[in-house]
Write a protein that binds this ligand. Structure first.
Ligand SMILES: Cc1cc2nc3c(=O)[nH]c(=O)nc-3n(C[C@H](O)[C@H](O)[C@H](O)COP(=O)(O)OP(=O)(O)OC[C@H]3O[C@@H](n4cnc5c(N)ncnc54)[C@H](O)[C@@H]3O)c2cc1C
Ligand SMILES: NC(=O)c1ccc[n+]([C@@H]2O[C@H](COP(=O)([O-])OP(=O)(O)OC[C@H]3O[C@@H](n4cnc5c(N)ncnc54)[C@H](O)[C@@H]3O)[C@@H](O)[C@H]2O)c1
Length: 487
């Protein structure tokens, strides 16, 4: 099949609206072995937020900072510094200078057409696309439409905030100048990662304002506490339990993405104190892109996250699938891509009339995530509080990761902690959290143990290599054993 960009045709088997990784994967899986034809409609860049403004640039900025932090904490290594211009240049390479040619090449090479423009549902299996020149065309799907339009930064209705033209995550990840003083609204994942790279790139005065009681509120409490302690030690001001009451910025401009959006910003906090900065970054969660995709044309509510069943199908609309951030199940690229795999397989199976056995989505207690702060935070499954809320009779074990030979060798002043959350009834893990340098690659071992429902007794025979951070597993099991013996 010869796929192309903006082909002159109007009917496909599958139309995917939104070309982030989940949408791309849904198109791939729906077509790769089925003979079905698919088109992806994308209004901006094929590859989506993740490739150009989120995961990839942010991790590209964080990696050199992590390396320098480790090197500076390791006797025998000298001279490690961050070359800001070189880091930003590599980030620009990583986002391919905002050219999605290679992604379009991947799609067409895989037999998937790409149409550029803003897509809206126009009734069952019908999609209108408005191109940048204002022309409109109507596309028809023979089998399925997949919505994968993602989310955008949420800017809360704070007095003066919108008028101040704050930075959003796109500006922070695609920054071209490093503000000397920054206030960050929010203390979740975006805020904590952005604070890490801004500090590492040279921002001198950083204030994080989080309305909730701690940073990284969805993780085990010790994770946010350790990250906050690291920030405080680095001279970053962490204001938890505090909200921004008002923002004032007399001079604003249209400098563009990643450049200062105006002059000095004065931020009034709800305790009456003032913080003056050169930029304000909003990292206060996401808003789903459901308000301008024609949902009302098929009787659906045009706002909020779109609920799906375990086959990623909108109930009552067996031709309509939603993958990625838009369904609100887990705002993570890897989970969205997993949804894309399932939705694609289900579409192909339904079109062929073959059984759907085995094609179902589950995230209820298994979602993994790594937050690339210093130290890193990694988890899979449930926190203790989430497990208790789910009615599980829980047993836990914790271990200070600084007490491992593997972590002692990694860096001089290692800080870290790990925790197991165990379902007593089945004696299997329902959640694992690691905090510390070098834990990111450990998270998948926890995911496998949880998904595989490995009995705790069997984990004793999964022997970690010496001297690695993986020995966290051994120490956690020893701690659990000691607790069970009442010692
Ligand atoms: C700063 C930051 C860092 C992150 N880092 C990580 C990370 O390290 N790991 C991780 O797993 N997750 C990370 N995430 C989350 C991750 O970016 C999202 O989960 C992921 O991008 C979701 O993919 P998506 O396709 O659902 O949405 P998006 O990536 O937002 O893609 C949606 C696409 O749909 C297009 N679109 C929208 N509406 C229309 C329309 N009407 N017509 C046509 N096209 C349309 C958009 O242009 C976009 O290209 C991060 C998020 C942020 C903000
Ligand atoms: N490494 C990764 O996996 C990674 C990195 C970045 C983002 N993400 C994903 O992107 C999503 C969005 O991240 P996020 O950090 O924007 O959202 P979030 O929901 O994780 O955090 C937002 C934080 O802002 C706080 N907040 C909201 N309004 C506020 C206000 N007015 N004043 C003060 N605090 C306020 C909330 O209490 C919350 O703690 C997350 O769900 C995450 O999964 C993942």
């Amino acid at each position: 099949m010869n796929a192309s960009l903006n082909p002159d045709r109007s009917e496909w088997d599958v139309i995917v609206v939104g070309g982030g990784p989940p949408g791309e994967v849904a198109a791939q899986y729906a077509t790769q072995y089925s003979g079905l034809e698919a088109v992806i409609v994308e209004r901006e860049l094929l590859g989506g937020e993740c490739s150009f403004w989120a995961c990839m640039p942010s991790k590209g900025l964080l990696r050199p900072i992590e390396l320098v932090s480790n090197a500076r904490d390791l006797p025998g290594v000298t001279g490690a510094t961050v070359d800001v211009a070189a880091v930003l240049a590599r980030r620009d390479e990583i986002v391919k200078h905002h050219d999605d040619g290679s992604q379009v090449g991947w799609a067409t090479g895989a037999g998937i057409d790409v149409v550029r423009g803003h897509a809206r549902l126009a009734g069952e299996k019908s999609v209108t696309v408005t191109a940048s020149d204002g022309t409109t065309r109507t596309l028809t799907a023979r089998h399925a439409v997949v919505l994968a339009t993602g989310t955008r930064a949420n800017v809360p209705p704070i007095d003066g905030l919108r008028e101040a033209r704050p930075w959003i995550s796109r500006d922070a990840s695609n920054l071209h100048e490093v503000p000397r003083r920054v206030v960050i609204v929010g203390g979740g994942v975006v805020a904590c990662e952005a604070a890490t790279w801004l500090h590492g790139l040279g921002t001198e005065e950083l204030t994080i304002v989080e309305g909730g009681p701690r940073l990284l509120g969805r993780t085990e409490p010790f994770a946010g506490e350790i990250v906050a302690a690291g920030f405080t030690a680095a001279g970053i001001s962490v204001r938890t339990g505090t909200r921004v009451a008002a923002v004032s910025r007399p001079d604003v401009n249209d400098a563009g993405e990643g450049l200062l959006h105006g002059g000095e910003v004065t931020v009034t906090l709800d305790d009456g104190s003032l913080v003056v900065a050169d930029e304000i970054l909003v990292a206060a969660g996401r808003t789903p892109n459901s308000d301008d995709v024609g949902l009302d044309s098929v009787g659906l509510t045009p706002h909020g996250y779109l609920a799906v069943d375990d086959r990623l199908t909108v109930p009552g609309h067996d031709w309509l699938y939603v993958v990625g951030d838009l369904n609100g199940r887990a705002l993570l690229t890897h989970m969205g891509k997993y949804q894309g795999r399932i939705a694609g397989d289900v579409i192909a199976a339904r079109a062929a009339g073959t059984p759907l056995d085995g094609y179902f989505y589950t995230d209820r207690a298994t979602v993994p995530q790594v937050t690339f702060t210093d130290p890193e935070v990694g988890s899979a499954g449930l926190t203790e509080a989430q497990a208790r809320d789910a009615g599980i009779d829980v047993e836990t074990a914790e271990f200070d990761l600084a007490a491992l030979a593997g972590t002692y060798l990694l860096r001089e002043n290692y800080t870290g902690r790990a925790k197991l959350v165990i379902d007593r009834a089945s004696d299997t893990l329902v959640g694992v959290t690691f905090v510390g340098t070098g834990i990111a690659e450990l998270v998948h071992s926890a995911t496998v143990a949880i998904v595989g429902k490995v009995p705790v007794g069997d984990l004793w025979h999964a022997v970690p290599s010496y001297p690695t951070v993986s020995e966290a597993w051994l120490r956690l099991l020893e701690t659990l054993d000691r607790q069970r013996r009442g010692k």
